[in-house]
Ligand binder design. Sequence first.
Ligand SMILES: Nc1ncnc2c1ncn2[C@@H]1O[C@H](COP(=O)(O)OP(=O)(O)OP(=O)(O)O)[C@@H](O)[C@H]1O
Length: 329
Amino acid sequence: MELGIDLGTANTVVGDVRHGILFDEPTVMLLQRGRARRERVLAVGREAADLLGRAPTGYTAVRPLSDGVVTDLETARTYLRSVLHRAGRRGWSLPVRAVIGVPVGSTALEHRALLEAAEEAGIRPVTALDESIAGAVGCGLDPLERRVHMVVDVGGGTAEAAAFCFGGVLAHRTSKLAGDEMTLAVARYVREQHQLHVGELEAEDLKIRSGAEADGPLVVQGRDAASGRPRLATVQAGEVADAVRPITEEIVRTLAACLDDLAPQAIADVMAEGVLVFGGSSQVRGFAAELERSLGLPVTVAERPLTCVAEGAARSLRNRRLLSAYGRN
Ligand SMILES: Nc1ncnc2c1ncn2[C@@H]1O[C@H](COP(=O)(O)OP(=O)(O)OP(=O)(O)O)[C@@H](O)[C@H]1O
């Protein structure tokens, strides 16, 4: 079985070339501490996310990644094992080999930790590939070409820009501000301007809905800041856009510095082709326009911004030249 895996801070996507996407769910698992401090996985993905903020005592909802990297090897291994199980590993032919996405700005230690967790979860051999490269492949670009391509990946925990060509990365920038901070900014805004406490999930939902509405009223539920009682508030989509704008601008400022490291000929290539953007937060209202304004280059949002990294990782498995040029072991 040959898999492409995008283990993101917010979402995990697993796919293969034959069947397409096999698993696409939030990167969360619900654990129950048993006897002798052993932990049991009760739920993974969407089922676990549904219990965020409402898990009974003794149960803990765990997010195995922080800012796109593994912080605890054992948690990551347990999580990956559960994901493989859910994605249908039982019915698969063994062994499972995979290409797994890593942030382009991750250190050797960080991507080694992820590879080790994957190997311990039963995936062998496993190769790490920059998410920027995997996403580009998933969108039909060829990173081995002599022409320079530039992509921007804006996820939940990190945002990255990378320019690459002919088997090598020419420049990259990473921002630790991304979708999660936009969600926090929305929650803060609603608390300050509407005197309503909203949970992380409500704030994220409001952020996502505001992108779909032209500029209409959106209803959000929370707890009144003064009385503590549940109540509803009506927030305009434009207000949400204003709340996330400072974060968006900061992300774009950090990523735009990637151009400083490129030679004029490389910039000419990017100018001719434009910058490709993917990752869930590329869909935030105004993000692509702000990026285009700041870079002074045309920007295109990927057709499948949430799954192109896993699709590209799966496709790269059979591309030996690509993996020997860009793969990290
Ligand atoms: N339609 C949408 N509009 C705005 N934001 C969205 C939308 N869909 C998803 N998001 C946001 O995108 C983020 C998740 O994106 P993605 O799945 O690409 O991240 P990830 O790969 O898990 O994270 P990272 O790359 O940082 O490790 C979340 O912050 C989510 O709120």
